[in-house]
Design a binder for this molecule. Structure first.
Ligand SMILES: [Zn+2]
Length: 225
């Protein structure tokens, strides 16, 4: 990377008025125009700078992709205070959709099973008592306890508050006389971003993603006994 670009990146990070804007979300497409991720404006700028991605615009006649230099030009011709960040050299519009130049892959169908992703899937809500907690009061509960052969899979783990977790202990649901709010399952690709989509969705995303579908919570099903 050129030293100039590095300096710009540094300034982007340093200018405090940019901070909130740099955290705004950008839709990321693979080279076949399929949605593969939701990233931040900061990351999108980095990808544009190094030529790994192009900004996508719809100029009314169709979609166009713009490399970094073209994006600088476009930004100048389409200034919008709300949607721009200022660097020492340029005023740049925040791209709302970018397309990766080379990446042709597609994210795996399921999201990686981690503690944090289970919390996100279950919306930080105890799946036994239905109350929402901050992470320090939550735990991962194995529905069929591990020592009785229960696996660590999306279908067998849920977010549980410490109190329900203690109450259930090493028992099965039946033995503990407890019920789950809903049947847990693996969240679909990208659904782990649903809160971001609902909160940050930009009108331009509608061509690539059905924003309305994200209002449906992950894994929502009837109560499971
Ligand atoms: Zn609970």
């Amino acid at each position: 990377m050129e030293i100039g670009k590095l300096i710009i990146l540094w300034f982007l990070g340093k200018i405090s008025t940019n901070m909130g804007k740099l955290a705004s979300r950008v839709l990321v497409l693979n080279r076949y125009w399929q949605v593969v991720n939701i990233s931040t404006a900061r990351r999108a700028f980095c990808l544009l700078f190094v030529g790994a991605a192009k900004a996508v615009i719809n100029n009314g006649e169709g979609f166009k992709t713009l490399g970094f230099e073209e994006w600088v030009d476009y930004s100048l011709r389409n200034l919008d205070g709300e949607d721009t960040v200022a660097t020492v050299r340029w005023i740049l519009r925040i791209p709302r959709v970018i397309i990766l130049s080379h990446y042709a892959g597609y994210p795996s169908l399921t999201v990686r099973l981690t503690r944090k992703n289970v919390y996100k899937r279950d919306n930080y809500t105890c799946q036994y008592c239905g109350k929402k907690f901050s992470p320090e009061f939550l735990n991962i509960d194995h529905i069929i306890p591990r020592y009785r052969g229960g696996k660590t899979t999306w279908e067998n783990v849920v977010c549980s508050c410490l109190w329900c977790n203690l109450k259930k202990g090493g028992k099965t649901l039946k033995e503990a006389g407890m019920k789950l709010l809903k049947k847990p399952r693996a969240p679909l690709r990208l659904s782990i971003h649903q809160d971001e989509v609902v909160e940050f969705a930009h009108p331009s995303w509608k061509y690539f993603i059905d924003v309305s579908q994200w209002k449906v919570k992950v894994g929502e099903e009837d109560a499971w006994n």
